[in-house]
Design a protein around this ligand. Structure first.
Ligand code: 7MF
Ligand code: ZN
Length: 867
């Protein structure tokens, strides 16, 4: 590490020396220059007998105009300004500090703090953005009551919003008006928000379980008013669900959501005033896909659930991020499972975990769910903290059962309401409410890496006894060469040769490095179905042969394991074909027959069947091997896809026809399931490279009345070198060029195409008038889709894909370091690649590192990747 960086460590945590009880904020808003006045009512939080301690308030890029202590203006050396702090050497024990600072929203391209988006002003403060607004104790264990007064031009900014309930408003002579908001709940400053703009809204009401009336408002640009219904419906469902399942009621008179086009992340749970990336709010059947609808429901619920898991009970420090994020992701997953098909939801969540979190846990940036150090906290909003954190909460839920978990969550919310706490308090509430000991289980929070379980078995026919032996291990991760054994819940079932369950649903608790479990009275040698429902975030290996996997795929009583068996079967075959091993061909026959069985069998849940027939992703396949060539993986997978297409052509055509809807598009989950199976079938048919199929695909593209079918067809056309390709892409752009969220889909489809000239096309699209490096959605749609969603082209053997990404990172970093650091992820995933590509990536990482001015964000990701 050449650069001097400040490493923040969990072990260094100390409580704040000063607390803030009340904050009075006053904003004189203007895009060029905003005057912020703050009045902080503060007191010492240490024993006075020790003498005074200096007060250090965080602040970044602020222009200090004046500061008063108890009404008296201060000047240096009464205070001191540092690069990122205001220091008062000897404050009294109780005092009022008043600041006047200037900030410049229009010049703020980092989209953190107060910034401008589409002519409106808005804020993003999590994790440490508030310090870019005014001097403050910018840490989550300082909780204060906020009052916020917004003053702005009435014409440009008719709508003025902040946290809490509206209290007063008025007009001024000079064409400006003002609104005052008061939030009665003490909160850390990361939950602060303001919005000023020319926005329209839709309004609804929700009556809480105790009979209180809550006003719900969704603020969007006027031309998007017709795209709000789904988000509003999702919000009301989430509110009712949290009352029913967790006994949690909303607590203010009003709940508002604002859609913003320039937003670094998905959304933000600011108290009473959520800010959303417009992509997770706006939907209409013509412009949004079924998966957009699902994501919107999930994100709206996630942010709403934070009102309790995050806001009423918040985090003591940022090492505890998973306390609110892991728990809230688990809650939104439970909610979505209740709203639709639970089996499909579980498959999608696990698929996501394996695709994003497993590689993180196996790479140079691996860290525990509760990290013990960081350089830039924004880099720790990771799949590990979120998705693995949710799996850890899910394991507690599984170990305690739904009622026990509810007892634990009730105790947690009641005991810690209004507090800033740690993961430890969460686990302890679960323990105490249930009289259990989770000491060993806590290792899930402190040890990184994906544990492996090797399963083996033995059947004693004479004694009718079946013995299952599980051995666990966990690979070394940065800073953690050796691991202690985890407490792992493993649900199992035993199948007899007819497919009947001999024994099912038992939860085995693996605690030792190696442990055997005995099953008595087993009449025949059973086939084990292991880790049903994916009860733990581990890699479980058992020496299944292809016939056994095909059997489980058809007969397992657990739908998740049916899917998992299909994935195992297909992965094994693809990897063997890649290594040119002869038995690959033979096993391919078994896959064809297994797929034929599914194709011709009864379909009860089409969305599930679609998952069952989807081949494992290239990233996941790559993660299975070492010294991997991503191009070879792509070819082997395509080969399997083509074989399934050719051998089962009639079956795919029949499925396609059977799941076509008649009449106008319906938006319910059932209709969406049919579309997913229909479009999967079309995908196989398109692998035939058949002119008639292409015409049919174009017909679907042209004739569709919904974005799901349109986009599925366009994606397939964009992936084939055929005459229909360019006209379809042009027509799509022509129709949707006014809608940036749809244009993003157009960028992504082209960037994800497996055609050989894709990188050159992506480079040309950088100069397209609709592309804008300052907008995170555009960046992710084009550059992100290429580098994260197109392995065969990103990993071009000449290294041009890596060079392209590194160039973009260097351009983006000075504008928006958070997004740049996140976009760098594909360059951190080199460990499993073959030597030449590893070297090419290393060279690009070194080139980035040698750049003159690198942000902390990008520096941390790149330097850790090289270590
Ligand atoms: C659903 O967690 C799941 C995860 C931080 C920003 C939203 O509520 C959030 C914010 C990031 C990454 C993922 C999500 C969020 C953020 C997210 C959104 C919806 N507190 Br960074
Ligand atoms: Zn969250």
């Amino acid at each position: 590490m050449s650069k001097e960086v400040n490493v923040i460590r969990l072990e260094d945590y100390t409580p704040p020396d000063y607390l803030i009880d009340e904050v009075d904020l006053h904003f004189d808003l203007d895009p060029e220059q905003t005057l912020v006045r703050s009045r902080l009512t503060m007191r010492a939080n240490f024993d006075g007998a020790e003498g005074a301690r200096p007060l250090r308030l965080d602040g970044r890029e602020l222009e200090l105009r004046s500061v008063r202590l108890n009404g008296r203006e201060l000047s240096p050396p009464q205070y001191r300004l540092e690069e990122e702090a205001f220091v008062l050497p000897r404050p009294p024990r109780e005092f009022v500090l008043e600041f006047e600072t200037l900030i410049h929203p229009r010049g703020n391209t980092s989209l953190e703090g107060l910034y401008e988006s589409g002519g409106n002003l808005c804020t993003q403060c999590e994790a440490e953005g508030f310090r870019k607004i005014t001097y403050y104790l910018d840490r989550p264990d300082v909780m204060a009551r906020f009052t916020t007064t917004l003053v702005a031009d009435r014409h440009d900014f008719p709508v003025l919003l902040s946290n809490g309930n509206p209290e007063a408003h008025g007009e001024r002579e000079d064409g400006r008006h003002w609104v005052r908001w008061r939030d009665p709940f003490p909160k850390p400053c990361y939950l602060f928000a303001l919005v000023a703009g020319d926005l329209a809204h839709v309004e609804d009401r929700f009556t809480t379980c105790s009979g209180r009336e809550v006003t719900l408002r969704l603020h969007v640009e006027r031309h998007n008013l017709h795209k709000c219904a789904h988000a509003m419906r999702s919000l009301k469902r989430a509110m009712a669900w949290d009352e029913r399942v967790y006994g949690r009621e909303y607590d203010l008179d009003i709940y508002q959501i604002v859609a913003v086009d320039d937003f670094n992340m998905g959304a933000m749970e600011n108290k009473g005033l959520n800010l959303f990336n417009s992509k997770f709010v706006l939907a209409s059947p013509e412009t949004a896909t079924d998966s957009d609808y699902e994501h919107i429901e999930g994100v709206v619920a996630h942010e709403y659930f934070h009102n309790w898991s995050g806001n009423r009970v918040t985090c003591r420090d940022w090492f505890q991020l998973s306390l609110k994020e892991g728990f809230t992701v688990f809650r939104d997953q439970q909610f979505s499972a209740d709203m639709g098909s639970a089996a499909v939801k579980r498959i999608d969540d696990v698929d996501r975990l394996r695709r994003y979190q497993f590689p993180e846990d196996a790479g140079p940036l691996a860290h525990p769910v509760r990290p013990d150090s960081y350089v830039e906290i924004n880099n720790f909003y990771t799949a590990t903290v979120y998705e693995k954190g949710a799996e850890v909460v899910r394991m507690i839920h599984r170990l305690l059962g739904p009622e026990g978990f509810r007892r634990g969550s009730d105790l947690y919310f009641e005991r810690h309401d209004g507090q800033a706490v740690t993961v430890e308090e969460f686990v302890r509430a679960m323990e105490e409410a249930n009289g259990v000991d989770l000491t060993q289980f806590r290792r899930w929070y402190s040890q990184a890496g994906t544990p492996r379980i090797e399963a083996s078995d033995h059947y004693d026919a004479a004694a009718q006894r079946y013995t299952l032996t599980l051995r666990q291990s966990c690979p070394p991760t940065p800073g953690q060469p050796r691991k202690l054994p985890f407490h792992i819940p493993v649900e199992e079932g035993l199948l007899d040769p007819s497919g009947k369950e001999l024994h099912g649903g038992t939860l085995l608790e693996l605690r030792e490095p190696e442990q055997s479990f005995h099953f008595e009275g087993v009449p025949r040698r059973p086939l084990p179905s292991l880790l049903r429902g994916f009860t733990a975030p581990v890699i479980l290996e058992y020496p299944y042969d292809e016939a056994q996997l095909a059997f489980l795929m058809a007969h397992d009583g657990d739908p998740f394991n049916r899917w998992d068996a299909a994935q195992r079967l297909a992965s094994g075959i693809i990897l063997r074909l890649m290594e040119n091993r002869a038995e690959g061909e033979e096993y391919l026959e078994q896959l064809v027959e297994a797929v034929r069985k599914v194709q011709t069998g009864p379909v009860t849940d089409p969305a599930f069947t679609a998952r069952l027939l989807t081949l494992p992703g290239e990233e996941w396949l790559a993660g299975q091997g070492e010294e991997v060539d991503p191009v070879a993986i792509h070819r082997a997978r395509e080969r399997v896809r083509r074989t399934l297409a050719q051998r089962l052509r009639g079956g795919w055509a029949a499925l396609y026809e059977a799941h076509r809807e008649s009449g106008p598009c319906r938006l319910d989950a059932e209709a969406a399931g049919h579309r997913s199976l229909k479009n999967l079938s079309l995908g196989y048919l398109m692998a035939l490279e058949d002119e008639e199929v292409r015409r049919g695909c174009l017909e679907q593209f042209t004739g569709s009345d919904n974005m799901t079918d349109t986009l599925a067809a366009l994606r397939l056309l964009a992936d084939c070198d055929c005459p229909q390709r360019q006209p379809a892409l042009d027509a799509f752009y022509g129709q949707w060029c006014e809608d940036p969220l749809v244009v993003d889909k157009w960028f992504s489809i082209q960037a994800a195409s497996s055609l050989p000239d894709t990188l050159e096309r992506v480079q040309a699209l950088l100069r397209h008038p609709a592309f804008n490096l300052r907008n995170p959605n555009r960046v992710r749609a084009l550059i992100g889709a290429f580098s994260q969603g197109n392995p065969v082209n990103f990993h071009r053997p000449d290294g041009a894909g890596y060079r392209f990404l590194a160039d973009r990172l260097l351009e983006l970093d000075p504008l928006n370091p958070q997004v740049a650091a996140r976009l760098a992820t594909p360059l951190t995933r080199w460990r499993h690649l073959e030597a030449r590509r590893r070297e090419l990536i290393r060279a690009e990482l070194e080139r980035i590192l040698s750049a003159a001015r690198l942000s902390k964000d990008l520096y941390e990701v790149v330097s850790k990747s090289l270590a």
